[in-house]
Design a protein. Structure first.
Lengths: 278, 337
Protein backbone atom coordinates (compact mmCIF):
# COMPACT_ATOMS: atom_id res chain seq x y z
CA UNK A 1 0.00 0.00 0.00
CA UNK A 2 2.86 2.36 0.72
CA UNK A 3 4.44 1.67 -2.64
CA UNK A 4 6.15 -1.50 -3.70
CA UNK A 5 9.39 -2.45 -2.05
CA UNK A 6 12.26 -3.52 -4.25
CA UNK A 7 14.57 -6.29 -3.10
CA UNK A 8 17.43 -3.82 -2.90
CA UNK A 9 15.27 -1.46 -0.92
CA UNK A 10 14.36 -4.19 1.51
CA UNK A 11 17.99 -5.18 1.90
CA UNK A 12 19.00 -1.58 2.59
CA UNK A 13 16.17 -1.18 5.06
CA UNK A 14 16.94 -4.27 7.09
CA UNK A 15 20.67 -3.54 7.04
CA UNK A 16 20.02 -0.11 8.46
CA UNK A 17 17.52 -1.37 11.02
CA UNK A 18 19.94 -4.12 12.02
CA UNK A 19 22.85 -1.74 12.43
CA UNK A 20 20.78 0.60 14.54
CA UNK A 21 19.63 -2.28 16.72
CA UNK A 22 23.22 -3.33 17.31
CA UNK A 23 24.24 0.24 18.07
CA UNK A 24 21.26 0.62 20.43
CA UNK A 25 21.97 -2.48 22.44
CA UNK A 26 25.77 -2.53 22.38
CA UNK A 27 26.36 -0.14 25.31
CA UNK A 28 24.04 -2.26 27.44
CA UNK A 29 25.81 -5.41 26.35
CA UNK A 30 29.18 -3.88 27.04
CA UNK A 31 28.44 -2.70 30.57
CA UNK A 32 26.99 -6.13 31.37
CA UNK A 33 30.02 -7.98 30.02
CA UNK A 34 32.34 -5.67 31.93
CA UNK A 35 30.46 -6.29 35.16
CA UNK A 36 30.73 -10.08 34.75
CA UNK A 37 34.46 -10.12 34.13
CA UNK A 38 36.96 -10.98 36.79
CA UNK A 39 38.03 -7.60 38.25
CA UNK A 40 41.57 -8.26 37.11
CA UNK A 41 40.49 -8.82 33.49
CA UNK A 42 38.70 -5.51 33.08
CA UNK A 43 41.99 -3.71 32.65
CA UNK A 44 43.86 -6.12 30.45
CA UNK A 45 44.89 -6.41 26.80
CA UNK A 46 43.67 -7.44 24.39
CA UNK A 47 40.17 -6.29 25.28
CA UNK A 48 37.90 -9.30 25.36
CA UNK A 49 34.30 -9.14 24.22
CA UNK A 50 33.20 -11.90 26.49
CA UNK A 51 33.91 -12.57 30.18
CA UNK A 52 36.80 -15.05 29.77
CA UNK A 53 36.81 -15.74 33.46
CA UNK A 54 33.18 -15.32 34.45
CA UNK A 55 32.93 -13.82 37.91
CA UNK A 56 30.39 -12.23 40.21
CA UNK A 57 33.14 -10.61 42.22
CA UNK A 58 32.13 -7.10 41.14
CA UNK A 59 28.62 -7.68 42.42
CA UNK A 60 29.82 -9.25 45.63
CA UNK A 61 31.99 -6.21 46.24
CA UNK A 62 28.98 -3.93 45.95
CA UNK A 63 27.15 -5.63 48.76
CA UNK A 64 30.27 -6.15 50.86
CA UNK A 65 32.39 -3.00 50.66
CA UNK A 66 29.62 -0.62 49.73
CA UNK A 67 26.17 -0.84 51.18
CA UNK A 68 24.47 -1.12 47.83
CA UNK A 69 21.53 -3.12 49.17
CA UNK A 70 20.48 -0.19 51.34
CA UNK A 71 20.64 2.19 48.39
CA UNK A 72 18.51 -0.16 46.30
CA UNK A 73 15.90 -0.39 49.05
CA UNK A 74 15.87 3.39 49.48
CA UNK A 75 15.40 3.93 45.78
CA UNK A 76 12.72 1.27 45.60
CA UNK A 77 10.72 2.72 48.50
CA UNK A 78 11.02 6.34 47.42
CA UNK A 79 10.26 5.66 43.74
CA UNK A 80 7.32 3.36 44.44
CA UNK A 81 5.59 5.65 46.91
CA UNK A 82 6.32 8.88 45.04
CA UNK A 83 5.40 7.32 41.70
CA UNK A 84 2.11 5.97 43.01
CA UNK A 85 1.06 9.13 44.83
CA UNK A 86 2.00 11.28 41.85
CA UNK A 87 -0.05 9.03 39.57
CA UNK A 88 -3.07 9.27 41.86
CA UNK A 89 -2.86 13.06 42.13
CA UNK A 90 -2.24 13.44 38.40
CA UNK A 91 -5.23 11.25 37.59
CA UNK A 92 -7.47 13.80 39.29
CA UNK A 93 -5.89 16.84 37.65
CA UNK A 94 -5.70 15.14 34.25
CA UNK A 95 -9.36 14.21 34.46
CA UNK A 96 -10.38 17.80 35.12
CA UNK A 97 -8.15 19.11 32.34
CA UNK A 98 -9.54 16.58 29.89
CA UNK A 99 -13.23 16.98 30.70
CA UNK A 100 -13.85 20.61 31.65
CA UNK A 101 -13.38 23.98 30.05
CA UNK A 102 -12.62 26.71 32.59
CA UNK A 103 -10.95 30.06 32.68
CA UNK A 104 -7.64 29.21 34.32
CA UNK A 105 -7.17 26.03 32.29
CA UNK A 106 -4.62 27.32 29.80
CA UNK A 107 -2.77 29.13 32.59
CA UNK A 108 -2.52 25.89 34.55
CA UNK A 109 -1.26 23.98 31.52
CA UNK A 110 1.27 26.72 30.87
CA UNK A 111 2.38 26.58 34.52
CA UNK A 112 2.93 22.84 34.15
CA UNK A 113 4.84 23.28 30.90
CA UNK A 114 7.12 25.91 32.41
CA UNK A 115 8.22 23.49 35.14
CA UNK A 116 9.72 21.34 32.40
CA UNK A 117 11.90 24.24 31.28
CA UNK A 118 13.39 25.31 34.56
CA UNK A 119 16.90 24.10 35.22
CA UNK A 120 16.40 22.29 38.52
CA UNK A 121 19.56 23.86 39.90
CA UNK A 122 17.95 27.27 40.24
CA UNK A 123 15.62 25.84 42.87
CA UNK A 124 18.04 23.64 44.77
CA UNK A 125 19.27 26.19 47.31
CA UNK A 126 15.85 27.47 48.39
CA UNK A 127 14.47 23.93 48.30
CA UNK A 128 17.16 22.83 50.72
CA UNK A 129 16.29 25.72 53.05
CA UNK A 130 12.57 24.94 52.79
CA UNK A 131 13.16 21.30 53.62
CA UNK A 132 15.35 22.31 56.54
CA UNK A 133 12.47 24.39 57.91
CA UNK A 134 10.12 21.44 57.46
CA UNK A 135 12.69 19.15 59.13
CA UNK A 136 12.64 16.95 56.05
CA UNK A 137 16.27 17.11 54.99
CA UNK A 138 17.98 13.73 54.82
CA UNK A 139 14.58 12.11 55.15
CA UNK A 140 12.96 9.72 52.70
CA UNK A 141 9.55 11.32 53.18
CA UNK A 142 11.03 14.67 52.20
CA UNK A 143 12.52 13.26 49.02
CA UNK A 144 9.21 11.59 48.17
CA UNK A 145 7.31 14.88 48.52
CA UNK A 146 9.72 16.63 46.19
CA UNK A 147 9.62 13.80 43.65
CA UNK A 148 5.82 13.82 43.66
CA UNK A 149 5.92 17.49 42.71
CA UNK A 150 8.48 16.77 40.00
CA UNK A 151 6.39 13.97 38.47
CA UNK A 152 2.98 15.67 38.49
CA UNK A 153 3.21 18.03 35.50
CA UNK A 154 4.25 15.58 32.82
CA UNK A 155 2.18 12.78 34.29
CA UNK A 156 -0.89 15.01 34.18
CA UNK A 157 -0.35 15.87 30.54
CA UNK A 158 0.23 12.23 29.68
CA UNK A 159 -2.88 11.00 31.49
CA UNK A 160 -4.96 13.78 30.02
CA UNK A 161 -4.20 12.32 26.60
CA UNK A 162 -5.48 8.93 27.77
CA UNK A 163 -8.66 10.43 29.25
CA UNK A 164 -9.43 12.14 25.98
CA UNK A 165 -9.48 8.78 24.26
CA UNK A 166 -12.25 7.57 26.56
CA UNK A 167 -15.75 8.78 25.65
CA UNK A 168 -17.34 10.79 28.46
CA UNK A 169 -20.63 8.98 27.90
CA UNK A 170 -19.12 6.28 30.09
CA UNK A 171 -18.97 8.21 33.34
CA UNK A 172 -22.09 10.16 32.49
CA UNK A 173 -24.05 6.94 32.39
CA UNK A 174 -22.53 5.93 35.71
CA UNK A 175 -23.46 9.28 37.24
CA UNK A 176 -27.04 9.00 36.03
CA UNK A 177 -27.05 5.66 37.81
CA UNK A 178 -26.30 7.57 40.98
CA UNK A 179 -22.54 7.46 41.33
CA UNK A 180 -20.71 10.63 42.35
CA UNK A 181 -18.14 12.04 39.97
CA UNK A 182 -15.26 10.66 41.98
CA UNK A 183 -17.08 7.34 42.22
CA UNK A 184 -17.62 7.26 38.47
CA UNK A 185 -13.98 8.11 37.90
CA UNK A 186 -12.76 5.34 40.18
CA UNK A 187 -15.29 2.63 39.41
CA UNK A 188 -15.88 3.17 35.70
CA UNK A 189 -13.05 5.17 34.12
CA UNK A 190 -10.02 3.78 35.93
CA UNK A 191 -10.63 0.16 34.95
CA UNK A 192 -10.91 1.21 31.30
CA UNK A 193 -7.74 3.27 31.53
CA UNK A 194 -5.69 0.77 33.49
CA UNK A 195 -2.97 0.33 30.84
CA UNK A 196 -2.50 4.08 30.63
CA UNK A 197 -2.36 4.46 34.37
CA UNK A 198 0.13 1.63 34.73
CA UNK A 199 2.26 3.27 32.04
CA UNK A 200 2.08 6.61 33.85
CA UNK A 201 3.12 4.97 37.12
CA UNK A 202 6.04 3.22 35.44
CA UNK A 203 7.11 6.44 33.82
CA UNK A 204 7.03 8.18 37.21
CA UNK A 205 8.80 5.32 38.93
CA UNK A 206 11.61 5.33 36.39
CA UNK A 207 11.98 9.11 36.64
CA UNK A 208 12.30 8.95 40.43
CA UNK A 209 14.57 5.91 40.26
CA UNK A 210 16.90 7.80 37.94
CA UNK A 211 16.85 11.20 39.64
CA UNK A 212 20.24 12.41 40.78
CA UNK A 213 20.60 16.10 41.60
CA UNK A 214 17.74 16.51 44.08
CA UNK A 215 18.76 13.35 45.87
CA UNK A 216 22.38 14.48 46.13
CA UNK A 217 21.23 17.78 47.59
CA UNK A 218 18.68 16.49 50.07
CA UNK A 219 20.11 13.20 51.31
CA UNK A 220 23.42 13.57 53.03
CA UNK A 221 23.82 10.55 55.25
CA UNK A 222 25.03 7.30 53.75
CA UNK A 223 22.12 5.18 54.98
CA UNK A 224 19.63 7.46 53.19
CA UNK A 225 21.32 7.52 49.81
CA UNK A 226 19.53 6.47 46.66
CA UNK A 227 21.19 4.51 43.87
CA UNK A 228 22.09 7.41 41.53
CA UNK A 229 23.67 9.27 44.45
CA UNK A 230 25.75 6.22 45.23
CA UNK A 231 26.86 5.99 41.59
CA UNK A 232 27.81 9.62 41.72
CA UNK A 233 29.87 8.83 44.79
CA UNK A 234 31.80 6.26 42.76
CA UNK A 235 33.01 8.92 40.33
CA UNK A 236 33.73 11.61 42.86
CA UNK A 237 37.02 9.98 43.57
CA UNK A 238 39.61 10.60 40.90
CA UNK A 239 39.87 7.05 39.71
CA UNK A 240 36.74 5.15 38.88
CA UNK A 241 36.59 1.54 39.95
CA UNK A 242 34.98 0.29 36.74
CA UNK A 243 34.33 -3.14 38.16
CA UNK A 244 32.00 -1.88 40.90
CA UNK A 245 30.69 0.84 38.66
CA UNK A 246 29.64 -1.53 35.90
CA UNK A 247 27.96 -3.90 38.34
CA UNK A 248 26.15 -1.00 40.00
CA UNK A 249 25.10 0.34 36.61
CA UNK A 250 23.64 -3.02 35.60
CA UNK A 251 21.70 -3.29 38.85
CA UNK A 252 20.38 0.24 38.34
CA UNK A 253 19.36 -0.27 34.72
CA UNK A 254 17.85 -3.74 35.05
CA UNK A 255 14.66 -2.91 36.95
CA UNK A 256 13.84 0.03 34.72
CA UNK A 257 14.42 -2.03 31.60
CA UNK A 258 12.12 -4.76 32.85
CA UNK A 259 9.42 -2.19 33.59
CA UNK A 260 9.82 -0.53 30.21
CA UNK A 261 9.71 -3.84 28.40
CA UNK A 262 6.50 -4.53 30.25
CA UNK A 263 4.80 -1.27 29.36
CA UNK A 264 6.68 0.23 26.43
CA UNK A 265 3.67 0.15 24.14
CA UNK A 266 1.55 2.17 26.50
CA UNK A 267 4.35 4.53 27.42
CA UNK A 268 4.86 5.19 23.73
CA UNK A 269 1.17 5.88 23.38
CA UNK A 270 1.26 8.25 26.32
CA UNK A 271 4.27 10.09 24.96
CA UNK A 272 2.80 10.60 21.53
CA UNK A 273 -0.55 11.61 22.96
CA UNK A 274 0.76 13.89 25.65
CA UNK A 275 4.07 15.32 24.61
CA UNK A 276 3.23 16.88 21.28
CA UNK A 277 0.28 18.73 22.64
CA UNK A 278 2.24 20.29 25.47
CA UNK B 1 -7.20 18.83 20.25
CA UNK B 2 -9.70 16.88 18.25
CA UNK B 3 -10.53 14.50 21.06
CA UNK B 4 -11.45 17.15 23.61
CA UNK B 5 -14.98 16.88 24.84
CA UNK B 6 -16.83 19.40 26.89
CA UNK B 7 -19.55 17.96 29.04
CA UNK B 8 -22.89 19.49 28.28
CA UNK B 9 -24.44 21.20 31.31
CA UNK B 10 -27.52 19.01 31.13
CA UNK B 11 -25.55 15.93 31.97
CA UNK B 12 -22.92 17.37 34.28
CA UNK B 13 -25.33 17.99 37.10
CA UNK B 14 -26.11 15.25 39.53
CA UNK B 15 -29.55 13.66 39.28
CA UNK B 16 -30.35 14.97 42.76
CA UNK B 17 -31.24 18.40 41.40
CA UNK B 18 -33.83 17.08 39.04
CA UNK B 19 -36.96 18.16 40.84
CA UNK B 20 -40.46 17.62 39.67
CA UNK B 21 -42.83 20.51 39.17
CA UNK B 22 -40.31 23.27 39.55
CA UNK B 23 -41.40 26.58 38.02
CA UNK B 24 -39.72 27.52 34.72
CA UNK B 25 -37.55 30.14 36.36
CA UNK B 26 -35.89 27.51 38.53
CA UNK B 27 -33.85 26.66 35.44
CA UNK B 28 -31.60 29.58 36.33
CA UNK B 29 -31.11 28.32 39.86
CA UNK B 30 -30.42 24.87 38.61
CA UNK B 31 -27.83 26.21 36.26
CA UNK B 32 -26.14 28.07 39.10
CA UNK B 33 -26.15 24.89 41.14
CA UNK B 34 -24.47 23.08 38.24
CA UNK B 35 -21.89 25.82 38.02
CA UNK B 36 -20.97 25.71 41.70
CA UNK B 37 -20.79 21.93 41.71
CA UNK B 38 -18.67 22.05 38.61
CA UNK B 39 -16.39 24.63 40.19
CA UNK B 40 -16.14 22.51 43.30
CA UNK B 41 -15.13 19.44 41.34
CA UNK B 42 -12.54 21.38 39.35
CA UNK B 43 -11.06 22.95 42.47
CA UNK B 44 -11.05 19.78 44.53
CA UNK B 45 -9.49 17.67 41.75
CA UNK B 46 -6.89 20.25 40.81
CA UNK B 47 -5.91 21.24 44.34
CA UNK B 48 -3.47 18.45 45.27
CA UNK B 49 -1.49 18.82 42.05
CA UNK B 50 -1.48 22.60 42.34
CA UNK B 51 -0.36 22.56 45.98
CA UNK B 52 2.53 20.17 45.35
CA UNK B 53 3.79 22.01 42.30
CA UNK B 54 3.40 25.41 43.95
CA UNK B 55 5.16 24.45 47.16
CA UNK B 56 8.00 22.26 45.91
CA UNK B 57 8.58 23.64 42.42
CA UNK B 58 7.38 27.22 42.12
CA UNK B 59 8.23 28.48 45.57
CA UNK B 60 11.90 27.35 45.41
CA UNK B 61 12.15 28.49 41.83
CA UNK B 62 10.93 32.00 42.60
CA UNK B 63 13.02 32.19 45.75
CA UNK B 64 15.97 30.99 43.68
CA UNK B 65 15.34 33.56 40.99
CA UNK B 66 15.71 36.48 43.35
CA UNK B 67 19.13 35.17 44.39
CA UNK B 68 20.25 36.19 40.91
CA UNK B 69 20.08 39.79 42.03
CA UNK B 70 21.74 39.26 45.41
CA UNK B 71 25.16 38.57 46.73
CA UNK B 72 24.33 35.00 47.66
CA UNK B 73 27.45 33.00 48.26
CA UNK B 74 27.65 29.99 50.56
CA UNK B 75 31.21 30.91 51.50
CA UNK B 76 29.93 34.06 53.24
CA UNK B 77 26.28 34.34 54.13
CA UNK B 78 26.64 37.40 56.40
CA UNK B 79 26.03 39.74 53.48
CA UNK B 80 23.25 38.76 51.08
CA UNK B 81 22.46 42.28 49.94
CA UNK B 82 20.91 43.23 46.62
CA UNK B 83 23.51 43.77 43.93
CA UNK B 84 21.39 44.59 40.91
CA UNK B 85 22.74 43.08 37.73
CA UNK B 86 26.19 42.27 39.09
CA UNK B 87 25.77 38.50 38.83
CA UNK B 88 24.72 38.80 35.21
CA UNK B 89 27.77 40.97 34.48
CA UNK B 90 29.94 38.32 36.12
CA UNK B 91 28.43 35.68 33.85
CA UNK B 92 28.99 37.69 30.69
CA UNK B 93 32.54 38.69 31.59
CA UNK B 94 33.61 35.22 32.68
CA UNK B 95 36.40 33.91 30.42
CA UNK B 96 34.53 30.60 30.14
CA UNK B 97 31.31 32.21 28.85
CA UNK B 98 32.29 32.11 25.16
CA UNK B 99 33.22 28.44 25.30
CA UNK B 100 30.07 27.60 27.23
CA UNK B 101 27.87 29.36 24.70
CA UNK B 102 29.59 27.72 21.76
CA UNK B 103 29.35 24.29 23.37
CA UNK B 104 25.67 24.80 24.16
CA UNK B 105 24.89 25.66 20.54
CA UNK B 106 26.92 22.68 19.33
CA UNK B 107 25.27 20.44 21.90
CA UNK B 108 21.76 21.40 20.82
CA UNK B 109 22.29 21.48 17.05
CA UNK B 110 24.74 18.58 16.94
CA UNK B 111 22.31 16.40 18.89
CA UNK B 112 19.07 17.43 17.21
CA UNK B 113 20.13 17.11 13.56
CA UNK B 114 21.38 13.50 13.65
CA UNK B 115 18.55 12.51 15.99
CA UNK B 116 16.01 13.92 13.54
CA UNK B 117 17.59 12.42 10.42
CA UNK B 118 18.13 8.95 11.87
CA UNK B 119 14.81 9.01 13.70
CA UNK B 120 13.02 9.94 10.49
CA UNK B 121 14.72 7.14 8.57
CA UNK B 122 13.83 4.63 11.28
CA UNK B 123 10.22 5.77 11.27
CA UNK B 124 9.94 5.49 7.48
CA UNK B 125 11.34 1.99 7.60
CA UNK B 126 9.21 0.94 10.53
CA UNK B 127 6.02 2.11 8.91
CA UNK B 128 5.42 -1.06 6.96
CA UNK B 129 4.62 -4.04 9.14
CA UNK B 130 7.15 -6.82 9.34
CA UNK B 131 7.58 -9.81 11.54
CA UNK B 132 8.89 -8.92 15.02
CA UNK B 133 8.37 -5.22 14.43
CA UNK B 134 6.81 -4.86 17.86
CA UNK B 135 9.82 -6.51 19.47
CA UNK B 136 12.16 -4.32 17.45
CA UNK B 137 10.40 -1.19 18.67
CA UNK B 138 10.55 -2.37 22.26
CA UNK B 139 14.28 -3.10 21.98
CA UNK B 140 15.29 0.22 20.48
CA UNK B 141 13.19 1.87 23.17
CA UNK B 142 15.46 0.62 25.95
CA UNK B 143 17.86 3.58 26.03
CA UNK B 144 14.88 5.56 27.24
CA UNK B 145 14.77 3.64 30.50
CA UNK B 146 18.24 4.84 31.48
CA UNK B 147 19.06 8.12 33.17
CA UNK B 148 21.15 10.68 31.33
CA UNK B 149 23.71 10.51 34.08
CA UNK B 150 24.10 6.76 33.73
CA UNK B 151 24.28 7.02 29.94
CA UNK B 152 27.16 9.41 30.49
CA UNK B 153 28.86 6.77 32.61
CA UNK B 154 28.24 3.99 30.09
CA UNK B 155 29.81 6.00 27.29
CA UNK B 156 32.58 7.30 29.51
CA UNK B 157 33.66 3.70 29.94
CA UNK B 158 33.31 2.90 26.24
CA UNK B 159 35.32 5.98 25.25
CA UNK B 160 38.02 5.23 27.83
CA UNK B 161 41.34 5.96 26.14
CA UNK B 162 43.17 2.86 27.34
CA UNK B 163 40.60 0.14 27.89
CA UNK B 164 37.71 1.60 25.94
CA UNK B 165 35.87 -0.54 23.44
CA UNK B 166 35.46 2.33 20.98
CA UNK B 167 39.20 2.63 20.41
CA UNK B 168 39.50 -1.13 20.14
CA UNK B 169 36.80 -1.32 17.47
CA UNK B 170 38.21 1.63 15.53
CA UNK B 171 41.66 0.07 15.57
CA UNK B 172 40.31 -3.29 14.45
CA UNK B 173 38.50 -1.57 11.61
CA UNK B 174 41.74 0.21 10.71
CA UNK B 175 40.18 3.63 11.13
CA UNK B 176 42.75 4.85 13.66
CA UNK B 177 46.34 3.73 14.13
CA UNK B 178 46.64 4.35 17.82
CA UNK B 179 44.16 4.87 20.67
CA UNK B 180 42.47 8.25 20.75
CA UNK B 181 42.31 10.00 24.12
CA UNK B 182 38.68 10.87 23.46
CA UNK B 183 37.74 12.53 26.71
CA UNK B 184 41.09 14.23 27.29
CA UNK B 185 40.76 16.54 24.30
CA UNK B 186 37.88 19.06 24.27
CA UNK B 187 37.12 18.55 20.56
CA UNK B 188 36.92 14.77 20.64
CA UNK B 189 35.18 14.93 24.01
CA UNK B 190 32.38 17.00 22.45
CA UNK B 191 32.09 14.43 19.65
CA UNK B 192 31.87 11.66 22.24
CA UNK B 193 29.11 13.32 24.26
CA UNK B 194 27.19 14.02 21.05
CA UNK B 195 27.42 10.36 20.02
CA UNK B 196 26.01 9.38 23.41
CA UNK B 197 23.17 11.87 23.14
CA UNK B 198 22.28 10.78 19.62
CA UNK B 199 22.20 7.19 20.83
CA UNK B 200 19.77 8.28 23.53
CA UNK B 201 17.51 10.63 21.61
CA UNK B 202 16.87 8.98 18.25
CA UNK B 203 14.13 6.77 19.65
CA UNK B 204 12.02 9.71 20.70
CA UNK B 205 12.06 11.15 17.18
CA UNK B 206 11.38 7.75 15.66
CA UNK B 207 8.34 7.23 17.89
CA UNK B 208 6.85 10.67 17.32
CA UNK B 209 7.41 10.61 13.57
CA UNK B 210 6.14 7.06 13.22
CA UNK B 211 2.92 8.02 14.99
CA UNK B 212 2.49 10.94 12.60
CA UNK B 213 3.29 8.80 9.55
CA UNK B 214 0.60 6.35 10.52
CA UNK B 215 -1.93 9.15 10.31
CA UNK B 216 -1.28 9.75 6.61
CA UNK B 217 -4.11 8.21 4.59
CA UNK B 218 -2.97 5.50 2.20
CA UNK B 219 -5.07 7.04 -0.57
CA UNK B 220 -2.58 9.89 -0.80
CA UNK B 221 0.19 7.44 -1.62
CA UNK B 222 -1.99 5.51 -3.99
CA UNK B 223 -2.82 8.70 -5.84
CA UNK B 224 0.84 9.66 -5.97
CA UNK B 225 1.75 6.24 -7.32
CA UNK B 226 -0.92 6.55 -10.01
CA UNK B 227 0.54 9.88 -11.01
CA UNK B 228 3.88 8.17 -11.35
CA UNK B 229 5.60 10.08 -8.54
CA UNK B 230 8.96 8.61 -7.53
CA UNK B 231 10.17 7.82 -4.01
CA UNK B 232 11.91 11.13 -3.42
CA UNK B 233 9.05 13.12 -4.87
CA UNK B 234 6.54 11.30 -2.69
CA UNK B 235 8.68 11.95 0.37
CA UNK B 236 9.06 15.66 -0.23
CA UNK B 237 5.65 16.37 -1.72
CA UNK B 238 3.43 14.20 0.47
CA UNK B 239 5.10 12.75 3.54
CA UNK B 240 7.03 15.75 4.82
CA UNK B 241 4.32 18.38 4.19
CA UNK B 242 1.73 16.17 5.83
CA UNK B 243 3.66 15.68 9.06
CA UNK B 244 5.29 19.11 9.02
CA UNK B 245 3.58 20.26 12.22
CA UNK B 246 4.62 17.17 14.15
CA UNK B 247 8.17 17.63 12.92
CA UNK B 248 8.29 21.26 14.03
CA UNK B 249 6.77 20.51 17.40
CA UNK B 250 9.00 17.54 18.10
CA UNK B 251 12.11 19.52 17.22
CA UNK B 252 11.10 22.44 19.43
CA UNK B 253 10.24 20.13 22.30
CA UNK B 254 13.60 18.45 22.01
CA UNK B 255 15.48 21.75 21.76
CA UNK B 256 13.97 22.81 25.07
CA UNK B 257 14.73 19.47 26.60
CA UNK B 258 18.30 19.05 25.34
CA UNK B 259 19.16 22.62 26.25
CA UNK B 260 18.18 21.78 29.78
CA UNK B 261 19.87 18.39 29.97
CA UNK B 262 23.13 18.55 31.91
CA UNK B 263 22.95 14.98 33.21
CA UNK B 264 24.70 13.22 30.36
CA UNK B 265 27.69 15.58 30.16
CA UNK B 266 27.84 15.68 33.96
CA UNK B 267 28.21 11.90 34.07
CA UNK B 268 30.50 11.61 31.06
CA UNK B 269 33.06 14.43 31.27
CA UNK B 270 31.92 16.45 34.28
CA UNK B 271 32.55 19.46 32.02
CA UNK B 272 36.21 18.57 31.65
CA UNK B 273 38.90 18.53 30.48
CA UNK B 274 39.72 21.98 31.86
CA UNK B 275 36.06 22.99 31.91
CA UNK B 276 36.00 22.95 28.13
CA UNK B 277 32.97 20.71 27.55
CA UNK B 278 30.58 22.66 29.76
CA UNK B 279 27.20 23.65 28.41
CA UNK B 280 25.21 26.34 30.22
CA UNK B 281 23.48 23.94 32.58
CA UNK B 282 26.58 21.91 33.55
CA UNK B 283 28.44 25.15 34.11
CA UNK B 284 25.60 26.18 36.38
CA UNK B 285 26.10 23.00 38.38
CA UNK B 286 29.77 23.77 38.77
CA UNK B 287 29.10 27.31 39.94
CA UNK B 288 26.47 26.01 42.38
CA UNK B 289 28.96 23.55 43.77
CA UNK B 290 31.39 26.41 44.28
CA UNK B 291 28.72 28.04 46.41
CA UNK B 292 28.02 31.09 44.25
CA UNK B 293 24.25 30.73 44.20
CA UNK B 294 23.79 34.29 42.95
CA UNK B 295 25.74 33.75 39.77
CA UNK B 296 24.25 30.30 39.24
CA UNK B 297 20.75 31.73 39.55
CA UNK B 298 21.59 34.45 37.04
CA UNK B 299 22.59 31.71 34.60
CA UNK B 300 19.42 29.81 35.37
CA UNK B 301 17.29 32.85 34.61
CA UNK B 302 19.07 33.27 31.29
CA UNK B 303 18.22 29.66 30.44
CA UNK B 304 14.58 30.17 31.40
CA UNK B 305 14.44 33.33 29.27
CA UNK B 306 15.81 31.56 26.19
CA UNK B 307 13.52 28.58 26.68
CA UNK B 308 10.47 30.80 27.12
CA UNK B 309 11.12 32.17 23.66
CA UNK B 310 11.15 28.61 22.36
CA UNK B 311 8.00 27.83 24.31
CA UNK B 312 6.24 30.74 22.66
CA UNK B 313 7.15 29.28 19.29
CA UNK B 314 6.01 25.92 20.53
CA UNK B 315 2.60 27.11 21.65
CA UNK B 316 2.03 29.17 18.53
CA UNK B 317 2.78 26.10 16.47
CA UNK B 318 0.41 24.03 18.61
CA UNK B 319 -2.42 26.43 17.96
CA UNK B 320 -1.71 26.43 14.26
CA UNK B 321 -2.05 22.72 14.39
CA UNK B 322 -5.66 22.72 15.58
CA UNK B 323 -7.26 23.28 12.17
CA UNK B 324 -4.25 22.31 10.12
CA UNK B 325 -4.06 19.20 8.11
CA UNK B 326 -1.64 17.72 10.59
CA UNK B 327 -4.57 17.18 12.90
CA UNK B 328 -5.27 13.51 13.21
CA UNK B 329 -8.79 12.39 12.96
CA UNK B 330 -10.33 10.32 15.69
CA UNK B 331 -8.05 11.63 18.37
CA UNK B 332 -4.59 10.58 19.28
CA UNK B 333 -4.01 7.02 18.43
CA UNK B 334 -0.39 6.63 19.35
CA UNK B 335 1.76 3.92 17.94
CA UNK B 336 0.22 0.64 17.02
CA UNK B 337 2.79 -2.06 17.38
Amino acid sequence: MIGKETTAGRAAKFTFLGLWLVFSLFPLYWITVTSLKDPGDIFSFPISYWPERFSLENYRGLFGKADFGTYLVNSLVVSTVAGAVATAISTLSAYVLARFEFRSKSALLMAFLVTQMIPSFIALGPLYLLMTDLRLVDNRLGLMLVYIAVCIPFCTVMLRGFFENVPDALEEAAMIDGLSRLGALIKVLLPVMRPGIVAAFIFNFVNCWNELFLSVTLMNSDENRTVPTALNGFISSFNIDWGSMSAAAVLTILPTMVLFAFASRHIVQGLTAGAVKG
Amino acid sequence: MSGTSTPTPGVTGAPSVRKEGAPPRAGGGRRREFTTRRGLVITAFMAPAAVFVALFTYYPMIAGSQMAFRNWNLTDLTDTSWVGMRNFREVFTDPAWGTVLGNTALWVVGSIVPQLVIGFALALWLRRRFRLRGLYQALIFFPWAISGFLIGILFRWMFNSEFGVVNDLLQKAGLVDEPVAWLADPDTAMIAVLVANVWYGVTFFAIMILAALQSIPDELYEAAALDGAGKARTLFRITIPYIRVTLVLTVLLRVIWIFNFPDLIFGMTGGGPNDETHIVTTWMIKITQQGDYGKASALGLLVVAVLLVFATFFLTATRERGGGRGARKGGKRGVRA
